[in-house]
Ligand binder design. Structure first.
Ligand code: SAH
Length: 303
């Protein structure tokens, strides 16, 4: 059964996704229609994003052709067709559902009235940065933070690959005096994190200053002078993919304090051995693991 919803689907590099967003907004304004809904999903760093543009009904003639023309060609387009109603409903519900992980409750602004008095509530909208709590790698980290909340009192934390800032915010809510660095290779993720800190009434601080709060840094790995005055860190969460986790093992271990805890996520269950090897070589011990579907989060400790 088909519905009146149409979807333009394709793959675009992140900067071109942003360009598409601007074009859609401009064209909707020019034509006096509501802009279609754009969803973007990161697959992996350095890979194009999957983009889906949903039109509530078949768009007026020439609209999609003009979008493609303004984008400079149709190489990125995979399909433009009506959406199966059944799938659409299931998908939209999946996207809209809040996520519960341990003491954390992560929800979008459409569910703002569902905040729970007994939970740590985090309002994170699905947007251009990864990390609404819906992905297994994120909820595995939230489960780990929930467990650590009862046994650890870290003073400093690094959230490497912060995405939407969800883990940095979760940690700040658990340990309000925590001095946090939230870093990401992607400047958009850092803009989103700064916004999410505000939205969730978190505390921000400037990198290089000491004290409670989240300092945001744009950097690949630990490769930025701004890290010079930060760390060593009592707690590090790195939810990036297996590849960068392996490459960054010496750098990450280097800024982990003695007795510090490291949470690695973004790896598949099948990648456990290859990701663990370089960390064991640096002398870290495995403390725990959380499996979520095909994904795995590891908890390590520096002696
Ligand atoms: N921490 C969030 C987001 C995880 S997605 C969560 O748990 O939901 C992974 C993030 O890591 C992305 O935002 C990506 O831009 C970032 N990233 C990938 N490789 C990186 C690297 N080498 N250095 C810093 N950030 C990186």
């Amino acid at each position: 059964m088909t519905s009146d919803i149409w979807c333009l689907k394709g793959e675009l590099r992140q900067e071109d996704s942003a360009k598409l967003e601007t074009i859609l907004e401009q064209m909707a304004e020019e034509r006096g229609v509501f802009p279609p809904t754009l969803s973007m999903f990161e697959q992996a760093p350095d890979e194009p994003w999957v983009i889906e543009v949903f039109f509530p009904e078949a768009p007026e003639s020439g609209f999609v052709e003009e979008v493609i023309e303004r984008m400079g060609g149709s190489d990125w387009v995979e399909s433009f067709e009506p959406v199966e109603e059944k799938d659409w409903v299931a998908e939209s519900q999946k996207l809209l559902q809040p996520v519960e992980a341990g003491r954390f409750f992560v929800f979008g602004s459409h569910d703002a009235d569902k905040a729970r008095p007994d939970a740590i509530n985090l309002l994170i909208d699905a947007g251009q940065a990864f990390g609404t709590g819906k992905h297994e790698t994120t909820s595995a980290c939230l489960d780990v933070l929930d467990e650590l909340a009862d046994s650890l009192t870290p003073k400093t934390m690094l959230d490497l690959g912060t995405g939407s800032g969800v883990l940095a915010l979760a940690a700040q809510k658990v340990w309000p005096s925590l001095e946090i660095v939230a870093s990401d290779i992607d400047p958009i993720a850092i803009d989103v994190t700064v916004e999410n800190v505000e939205i969730n009434k978190g505390v921000a601080r400037t990198a290089g200053t000491r004290g409670a709060g989240i300092a945001c840094i744009v950097a690949p790995g630990l490769d930025d002078p701004a890290f010079k005055d930060e760390g060593p860190f009592d707690l590090i969460c790195a939810n990036i993919l297996a590849g960068p986790l392996i490459t960054l093992a010496p750098d990450i271990t280097g800024v982990l304090a003695s007795g510090g805890t490291l949470v690695l996520s973004g790896l598949l269950v099948t990648q456990e051995k290859e990701v663990l090897a370089p960390y064991e070589a640096q002398g870290l011990d495995t403390q725990g693991r959380v499996e979520k579907g095909e994904w795995l989060a590891l908890v390590l400790r520096k002696p």
